[in-house]
Ligand binder design. Sequence first.
Ligand code: NAD
Length: 476
Amino acid sequence: MTTLPPKADLHTPMRTTFDAQRRHASKMALTSADQRIERIRRIQTWIKIHQSDIQQVMYDDFRKPSAEVLLGELMALHAEIKHTIGHLKQWMKPQSLPTPMALIGTRSYFRHEPKGNVLIIAPWNYPFVLTIRPLVSAIAAGNVAILKPSELTPHTAGLINKMITALFPPEEVAVFEGDADVSKALLELPFNHIFFTGSPAVGRIVMAAAANHLASVTLELGGKSPAIVDETADIKQAAGQLAWGKCLNNGQTCIAPDYLLVHQSIKQPFMQALHDTLTGMYRPDGKPVEASDSYARIVNQPHFQRIKNLVDDAVNKGATITYGGRMNADQNFIEPTVLEGTTDDMRVMQDEIFGPVLPVLTYTNLDDALHIVNQREKPLALYIHSRNRKNTQYILDRTSAGDTVINDTLVQFGNVELPFGGVNNSGLGKSNGFFSFQEFSNQRGVMQRDFGTMKFIYPPYTEKVKKLINFLVTYL
Ligand code: NAD
């Protein structure tokens, strides 16, 4: 296990580990698909054996319900591992490409080669899967890796450290626990690729640091993901999906619906269905939500205070709490809270909420709803609840988002075949299955001449050569 000295001396063990990994990177690059799969299986087996430990550390970190550890962390991770093991041989095969007539006598292909030394920086909200899932792809692509889990979920970070120390030599995979200072010190090292999951603000810092070494980056970021519920939506189903999407992990989900745009004509039954669903999920027996073991907590005091400030600011500026609203600072507890009457000058409509607070806005003209979406940064997710194909297509054509789900929420994370990620402020690059493998690989083009030559176009450029060049440009 890597134990860190005081902050001033952070760089020495990192540099030592980084250098050892750099020396080892060429060996990892030469590993076969079977050898990489054997490494991924080590992770798979460890997770199966230690499932209850994984559930326990996340309960200790923020009372994440064990069912949500399975649903939000381990289900996606197992799917990624199985998919990678099943497809890696295919992904590693060189892929031939067509050859233009002018280059007759040559053949072209590309191969995926590992980027080399990679750094994976993870957030706290899904602390296990968002550290280990990119690692699976990094190993699949033949890289060596350093992991930096989040300091806000120390029990999970400690378990990840234990797991990696048990499964890999440090020159192959190593963990450095700690806060932003540890992250910043790591970012000074000349990694070949940085895979960062976290906030857009820190994403900018990571990208600026990567620029010093021209390291490539994958940035899995966040932001305000809207959900549009039009007049044709299945009201009960949409309300249920959105209530679940908002409150899973206590709203601390990057792809949680951040705010809703509901068609005015269905507002009343929709709000009723939303309130009923929230009560059914977290107060089935009429007891306060605090008593529910299906409801996680806000990760720490600063985040509790941040969300409370968002609600206070909205209420002070005229918004109304129409459901929930109770908070308990001692427990970092915030009840599922629905806000109506929010406006753009309120911080809750500016910042990513990242908690169980849901502003509901209404619209009568779809273009007005799209204007609200499009005046903000491009979201990580945009949800559409509609039974009208024309409306759905209209929204898809006039907005941009990392991913869109029609008539559900959050499920995009579960399909490893689907590119997952943001666009601009919500992220750069994609993950999931093959897309992750690609992020951790350099697509190296290779061209080989088997016969023939291009000698006939070399200088001196006589009239005959010029005619030939002209012919090539015109006809081939
Ligand atoms: P964060 O950006 O605060 O922290 C992420 C990681 O960066 C942590 O490991 C942290 O130690 C490190 N870090 C913090 N400050 C740093 C600095 N100044 N320099 C270098 N490293 C630093 O994010 P968070 O609070 O852990 O996570 C919440 C955010 O992550 C939300 O915006 C959420 O939407 C986003 N997120 C995105 C995805 C996705 O897949 N797109 C998934 C989960 C979370």
